[in-house]
Design a protein around this ligand. Sequence first.
Ligand code: MG
Length: 156
Amino acid sequence: MLIGQGFDAHRFAPGRPLVLGGVEIPHDQGMLAHSDGDVLIHALCDALLGAAGLGDIGRHFPDTDDAYAGIDSRILLRRVIESLHARGLRVHNADMTLIAQRPKLAPHIPGMVEVLAADMQCDPARVNVKATTMEHMGFTGRGEGIAASASVLLVE
Ligand code: MG
């Protein structure tokens, strides 16, 4: 078994969609990013790549490459999973935490789990997404952005 962890953060920007865990969430602003800014999928991809000893998301999908401008992060996640499968690795389980003061994320979590399990080709019961606030402390607490962390276990 191989364990991995990932972390990502993005800044809020007006006029952008807010996409977290592949789910578009109604909000007055979204994430500033080269891709769609799906901070949860980015943290998850880093955890998956880390477990496999394959570096990080920036190495595989550089934000200087126009091919990834505005890209749906689910495409990146599926590509990461394909490269793991090619190495004989499968996802055993994944556990993630979103850190945001607002909007309220709890109602959207079941949708995220469904999307992420489909893209990782694993049982939704093995995918867990949590959300917390930072009690108004720090950049997420001030509503400047959203952060996410992810832990995964791969099986050979
Ligand atoms: Mg990112």
